[in-house]
Design a protein. Structure first.
Length: 190
């Protein structure tokens, strides 16, 4: 097998040898075994199905409301870790400060333009098994979920912190399982 267009996607060369090779791998896997009809247990297709069919996943009418996801930047292939600043009121005082949160996990809130490429994203923060928000700083996605720091996530909380991004700047997306995040009213601001 060679690169450069000898293999074809749908009968037409894609012009990208990686696309062509992966296409051939999928075809071969489908021929020799049950490839799960191309479906994954965790991924965007499965999360969308779970969100739209809550009765099929055992959640009944109180099914998930959100598909959290991670975006991967063009060029670096690294996950996008966004920073958001929020006002923090110190309990028992009138003092307010600004605090910062970093997260690689997002919830799409809506489009900011007509061509649907500028999108408002809400930062979601992990909540650990004790119900505490784990506001960790990490250079990699897995660092936000480290068992050694007690940040092992059971759920996410909506933070109310939104950013607007141009989706043209990203090369990949990973969807997490569909969930219902805790309300932003529960996000600690003190």
């Amino acid at each position: 097998m060679s690169c450069g267009g000898n293999k074809h996607v749908g009968g037409v060369s894609s012009g990208n040898c990686v696309c062509d090779v992966v296409s051939e791998i999928i075809k071969a896997q489908d021929e020799v075994s049950n490839n799960g009809n191309g479906c994954c247990d965790t991924g965007c297709d499965q999360s969308i199905r779970d969100l739209l069919s809550p009765s099929q996943n055992g959640n009944g009418p109180n099914g998930p409301t959100t598909i959290p996801f991670i975006l991967y930047c063009k060029g670096t292939c690294k996950p996008f870790i966004a920073s958001g600043v929020y006002r923090d009121l110190v309990t028992g005082t009138n003092a307010t400060f600004f605090n910062c949160l970093e997260s690689p996990i997002f919830r799409a809130k809506g489009f900011a333009d007509d061509d649907e490429c500028c999108v408002r994203l809400e930062l979601l923060a992990p909540v650990n098994s004790e119900g505490n928000v784990t506001i960790e700083r990490a250079d990699e996605v897995c660092g936000f979920f480290s068992e050694t720091t007690g940040a092992r996530a059971r759920n996410f909380i909506a933070t109310g912190i939104c950013i607007t991004v141009d989706l043209h700047s990203f090369k990949g997306i990973q969807c997490l399982d569909a969930i219902t995040p805790l309300s932003s009213s529960q996000f600690p601001t003190d």
